[in-house]
Design a protein around this ligand. Sequence first.
Ligand code: PLP
Length: 457
Amino acid sequence: MKYARIVSNLPGPKAKKIIAQDKKFVSPSYTRGYPLVVAKGEDCVIEDVDGNRFLDMTAGIAVTSTGHCHPEVVNAIKEQVEKFIHMSGTDFYYSVESRLAEKLASLKDGNWKVFFCNSGAEAVESAIKLARYHTRRSRIIAFTGAFHGRTFGAMSLTSSKKAQRLRFGPLVPGITHAHYPNAYRPLLAQRKGQSQAEAHLEYITEIVLNKIAPAEEVAAIVVEPIQGEGGYIVPPKGFLEGLRKICDEHGIVLVFDEVQAGMGRTGKMFAHEHFDVVPDIITSAKGLASGMPLGAIIAKAKVMNWKPGCHASTYGGNPLCCAASLATIDLIQNKLARNAAKVGKHLMAGLKKLQKTSPIIGDVRGLGLMVGAEIVHDKKTKKPAPDLVEKIIDRCFYKGLLLLSCGESTIRFCPPLTMTKAHVDEALEILAAAIKEACGKKCIVKTKHDYECGTVI
Ligand SMILES: Cc1ncc(COP(=O)(O)O)c(C=O)c1O
């Protein structure tokens, strides 16, 4: 292996100490799938505290878009940190924030304005507030399988996993969920000649907006242009365009949550650019600043018509984050979006090849470097196999490959956009070996066993 290098037991002795400390003091709500204790990162490789090296197909949940510690991003942060660290763009002006706003606004044609915050969830909260303010209406339409964050407004739109909502209610009222179209697992019956997109749009028009949430009371439709946490699901052509039509007809604000899919990940700056549609508000975070905590909403200027004092955030638009973001966007525009498209095709082709010989890869889907492989027990019945997903990801970790899951039983690939074909080839080699082992009768999830026993191997 050229990138992955395992030199100790996992977790190694230094990692064990940190995990023990973490277990004692850190919130147990975090879902660590395996005992990776990070020491440093460079490009697409993470090194742990015991000197083990892992090929990173996670980018810290689709965040380190330019690779770990890209020198241009590091320099931009260093230059800014020597000038000033914070002053609050909410109350004062500084150039790096205005320049970033101009840059983000210029990514779309026409007049756009930008509001800065700290995270994806905060961007979604901001979009909800702006849509309500602008329309003076309260209802919101969201989608099943959606993930928009953990704060109350965002969580109320989220409907990806039960644990994300259980025992947190009552949630924000006035939110109605419609089904997100899924080509692999169709949920709605289609009439003869009717496309899946048309069936879903008809349901939204005839049932949701006509019987449950009257269209004239709806402020926004909030949708991920590619569903992320819900399973890396690409909607069929015509669906997002149809939502645009519905919004135009009823004066509803169309919000695209690009927190995970945006910033070059799919091969275009924004995922919705693969479709013939422009939203009214775009939410962004994750890859926006290569790992510095920055969120934003980019809204049509006529929609962002709120008055001073309506909405703000002390740390939003932090100068270090803005500097990192300017460097990040340059890199994405100049080469990384193109790279994501090219290397993403290579990854998809490799996974599809693996799918032909593997009885458990039911579906391979995605755009650019936002790719999912859905794991099933049986390709005919499509019975989801979360147990196998867990085993495969676990086996990959022990071989030096970092992966995450999404949806009910999908392995997600969301690496840094600097990933090369050579990285992908090594990852696929590890994955193929891991799948073989995971399908063996004797395979247990080693890390789960460790955690449950409270001891590590
Ligand atoms: C589409 C989408 N929206 C919002 C969020 C929430 O972002 P954050 O975790 O930064 O609050 C996420 C996080 O995974 C996401 O994928």
